[in-house]
Design a binder for this molecule. Sequence first.
Ligand code: FO1
Length: 320
Amino acid sequence: MSRAGRVALLAGGVGAARLLRGLAALVRPTDLTVVVNTADDDVFHGLHVSPDVDTILYTLAGLSDPGRGWGIRDDSFRAIEALARYRGDTWFRLGDRDLATHLFRTEELRAGRLLSEVTADQARALGVKVRVLPMSDGRVRTIIETAQGRLSFQEYLVRERAKPVVKSIRYEGIRTAEPAPGVLAAIEQADIVVIAPSNPFVSIAPILGLTGVRAAVRRTSAPVVAVSPLIGGRPVKGPADRMMRALGMKPSPLPLAELYKDLLDGLVIDRADRSHVPALEGRGLRVTTTNTLMNTPVRSTAVAREVLSLADAARTPLAS
Ligand code: FO1
């Protein structure tokens, strides 16, 4: 494997963390920057929670719960259970050790520090050498308009278990929020830009929607490679297929490629979707099919290796 050079990963939560686990095994930590979605952030019981940032940090620190994908392995939930004696809205399960993260972040933000500064402190404290950048220090909130009315992202995903039919998705604050310090530079200076197998609508779209980000990804001379979050039309976890259907798309790699159209040089899809390769290559994309289910570190590294070699291949122009 030639040195991959500097890699910038656009990431949501659980799916991104699985790929990142593999990239971190192949790329020097100082060459790896993760730009993380913060439009899932919300305040629970007075605490600012950044679920995707925490999932990425915990994964890189080796603390994440492999089964759940979020929170800290073997965490207890005594505090949230005790809180349930006073209030009924404890549906967002904050673990006892996880609480330390939210307490620290909330205190620091209240003292006027920026989310990107606090995240750098957390990474350092957890021994994480990879650069973890929240996409913005400004407030962006994904709002899901459903037949039952307007829901915050966590109300939709966790409280309602992604059952309401999605009518539309909005990103409150996206026009005024700025990319966090270092985000545009990380993309512009990358030798490879990777779009993680995260939900394209609620994890990747908020990042690309920030002022200047989509243009930076389009402008970069680095190959841009995405990993499909779908396997045979279904996501490993989460509502991506339901959202695609609700928004009038078939849950397949083609509409996904359309969503990223002007940005992608390559796409890694699961073998289950190999029938779509000719149509994807017809759009000028380089396509690799592999087993994209990253249910072990070995699988994560295998998919990460495919991403890096597809990026290498994409550096040479396609035979016209
Ligand atoms: N997801 C759930 O399905 N149920 C939960 O109770 C829950 C709590 C939670 C606490 C902290 C955290 O960082 C993430 C948490 N998540 C939970 C996952 C979260 O909703 C998703 O990881 C992201 O928002 C989507 O990527």
